[in-house]
Design a protein around this ligand. Structure first.
Ligand code: ZN
Length: 167
């Protein structure tokens, strides 16, 4: 399956609300397979269909066990708590912003065959659920932050704070 080109900020496709998926057919499966390859190649943790130019409600999220969850027509049905942290996006390459999200998030979605399921997670994966679902509304994380930082600036801040990068 070929990786697809990732659309970056500035392209109007990323500002449009996506349509629900109604057909759980080979075309959807091919899209999800291509999105998986695109995500792996880009070494990201999440990808939404509009990021590859398809205005359909389908996203992928990689959890901390490195399992890729396919979420079709996802809806956030429960949130709890709050976390603040730096967030990036494959469509906003090289820039990161501090964004507040819920600490725990539960999503109801359909799988590639249309079966409804729910998944719940915390931390980075909860953050990712929120970030990817927003893509389906034509929204990007940059709207939640006043300032974007480069990777170099993030490194400098980490050194100043004396935090270890790999723990
Ligand atoms: Zn994104």
């Amino acid at each position: 399956m070929p990786a697809r080109k990732i659309i970056t900020r500035g392209d109007p496709v990323l500002t449009k609300a996506c349509h629900p998926v109604t057909r759980f057919d080979e075309k959807l499966h091919a899209l999800l397979d291509d999105m998986r390859d695109t995500l792996l190649q880009a070494q990201g943790v999440g990808l939404a269909a509009p990021q590859v130019g398809i205005l359909r409600r389908a996203v992928l999220v990689m959890n901390e066990r490195e399992e890729i969850i396919e979420l079709v027509n996802p809806e956030i049905v429960f949130t709890e708590g709050e976390q603040e942290g730096f967030e990036g996006c494959l469509s906003v390459p090289g820039l990161y912003g501090r964004v507040t999200r819920p600490e725990r998030v539960r999503v109801r979605a359909q799988n590639r065959d249309g079966q409804v399921f729910e998944v719940e997670d915390t931390g980075i994966t909860a953050r990712c659920f929120c970030h990817e679902c927003e893509h389906l509304e034509g929204r990007l994380f940059v709207e939640h932050t006043d300032r974007l930082y480069t990777a170099e600036e993030l490194d400098e801040m980490e050194q100043e704070n004396g935090t270890e990068r790999e723990q």
